[in-house]
Design a protein around this ligand. Structure first.
Ligand code: HEM
Length: 512
């Protein structure tokens, strides 16, 4: 039926109570039975009955609406072809600046090779087909990630990849052979993070194993028993068990040393007894293991604590979706075997700090990608929306806003690629010495950019940026949630300060 050819005269005749047709982009829609269900109301559809409603439609809707309601399409106008480009899974954006330069055909990049391109393609298809629909539903309904998606990601090696390069990748099949585990580098890592962000659901983005990416690393690097480490890693990488990082407390956020949860050794020296609370614990609601910062006799220590009697979690309501599984965690005389100590007793700060750089770099990558998605939305909207009788893009003030947004996106992507390149050449310990500062500054700047971009995007979209559904949904979410990137993993001010302090360590002692 949809392939039927229909003339414009025929469409024009169907403008009655009993038969309501119109044309959008050379395709004919019969909305007779849809009028009652149309979220925008019945009268607006009757006004365009029998006519070409392309302009009216695109002034108010996203292209995806037509894909969703494709069952209303009854044919095409004889002799005409569609001008709208429908999105297919895996497609690159055709909007200028909608992709970073390395994914733009007319530009070259020194950083990416064929395996990066293969991985990008495979990830784009996977995110479009598998992650996006689940992410959107979880974000909307406030549900945490379904096991089915975790299992699919585990099979594709995505859980392994989220931890970055390392021994845990050796021999692992990644996206059906897109890249060998042994060859996986920080550019592959950047690609995975940036592609996953495109699911465009900020609460879900953290709910999608963010806890694992910042806590399992501590087990892999600091477990004191190889066999025990391998058992935990296997459980988590298979998706059977979930793990998160429990450091922050009501008493201490960026000020890690200020935590008050205690771990006292039992008289026989075989256990720690843990008491205290943790706040803002991403994924805590559904996790089996908690990599927990505790106060021991002479300093900070880190313990892997299993969910058990005495350990309770409750959901915290935040400004993003409960899909993140953000928890308040209480420990009441929780008994933990001493074998669960990560690193050395009282030397926990090193364990906690060791993963900060990767976490911050990863967060910067994500917010930079999300900023681009928002900029792309603004480019599309400005080109589509008619106000005061002309396209929004024809207003110089709008072009100024877009120029600013694009400049922020391009500057940040170029900076993160430069830092990523340095990371590929430095062992982890050297990264801490030379890159903790630049990564701190990058994260600070990328969230300052997000602040500017969110602000401008709301002005471009107007009222639609204030509603959670419809054309402005992406902007509404970004404006409501970009602060998670500005606070989590170290607040902007702390990171800026870290960057300058680290720079001053290399300042020559003599006056210059
Ligand atoms: C097959 C054709 C159509 C479908 C499937 C459709 C579907 C929808 C949907 C799902 C929404 C909710 C908002 C969103 O998700 O974007 C909506 C809103 C709306 N629609 Fe339609 N629509 C169609 C055609 C039209 C046409 C031709 C007009 C004529 C002007 C129209 C006017 C509106 C209005 C005024 C709103 C409210 C927009 C807002 O609040 O910003 N629709 N429509």
């Amino acid at each position: 039926m949809p392939h039927k050819e229909i003339t414009r005269d025929e469409v024009a005749k169907n403008n009655t109570e009993d038969s309501l047709w119109f044309v959008i982009d050379s395709k004919v829609y019969d909305v007779t039975d849809f009028v009652d269900a149309h979220p925008g109301g019945e009268s607006v559809l009757r006004q365009v009955a029998g006519t070409d409603a392309t302009e009216a439609f695109y002034n108010l809707h996203r292209q995806e609406v037509l894909q969703k309601y494709d069952n209303l399409r009854i044919g095409t106008i004889a002799g005409e072809t569609s001008k709208v480009i429908p999105h297919k899974a895996g497609d690159l954006s055709v909007v200028p600046y909608g992709e970073p330069t390395w994914l733009t055909p007319q530009f070259k990049s020194p950083y990416y090779n064929e395996s990066h391109r293969r991985l990008q393609k495979a990830m784009r298809v996977f995110v479009d087909e598998e992650v996006y629909p689940v992410a959107q539903e979880c974000e909307r309904e406030g549900n945490t990630i379904p096991q089915e998606l975790i299992d699919k990601m585990s099979k594709k090696g995505i859980l392994h990849m989220r931890l970055g390069p390392g021994k845990h990748m050796h021999g692992v099949d990644l996206m059906d052979g897109a890249v060998k585990g042994e060859d996986f580098d920080y550019f592959h890592d950047l690609i995975v993070g940036q592609e996953m962000t495109r699911a465009n659901a900020r609460g879900f983005q953290d709910g999608n194993m963010a806890g694992m990416t910042i806590s399992l690393t501590a087990v892999l690097q600091f477990a004191n028993d190889e066999e025990w480490k391998n058992k935990i890693a296997k459980e988590v990488f298979s998706g059977e068990k979930k793990i998160c990082l429990a450091i922050t407390e009501a008493f201490a956020g960026s000020d890690v040393a200020g935590i008050r949860t205690t771990a006292e050794k039992t008289a026989d020296g075989k256990h720690y007894i843990v008491n205290g609370t943790k706040k803002w614990i991403t994924n805590g609601v559904f996790c089996d293991y908690f990599v927990t910062g505790v106060k021991t006799e002479k300093g900070l220590s880190v313990l892997l604590i299993k969910r058990q009697e005495g350990l309770e979690t409750s959901a915290i309501k935040t400004s993003y979706s409960p899909a993140a599984g953000t928890a308040y965690v209480t420990f009441d005389n929780v008994k933990v075997p001493v074998e669960n100590l990560l690193g050395k007793e009282n030397k926990g700060l090193q364990v906690i700090l060791s993963n900060f750089n990767h976490e911050r770099w990863m967060m910067a990558g994500a917010v930079i990608r999300m900023s681009r998605l928002v900029t792309e939305e603004c480019m599309k909207w400005s080109n589509q929306r008619i106000v005061f009788g002309k396209k929004l893009i024809e207003q110089p003030v709008i072009r100024q806003k877009l120029a600013k947004m694009i400049a922020h996106c391009e500057a940040n992507q170029a900076w993160i690629e430069n830092i990523t390149y340095q990371m590929t050449l430095m062992p982890y310990a050297q990264q801490a010495t030379h890159l903790a500062g630049p990564i701190g500054l990058l994260k600070m700047f990328s969230t300052r950019s997000a602040h500017e971009i969110a602000d401008e995007a709301v002005q471009v979209f107007g009222g639609r940026a204030l509603t959670r559904t419809g054309m402005g949904a992406t902007i509404e979410m970004f404006h409501r949630t970009y602060k998670f990137d500005a606070i989590l993993g170290g607040a902007e001010e702390i990171l800026g300060d870290l960057g300058v302090r680290q720079a001053m360590k290399n300042m020559p002692k003599s006056m210059l």
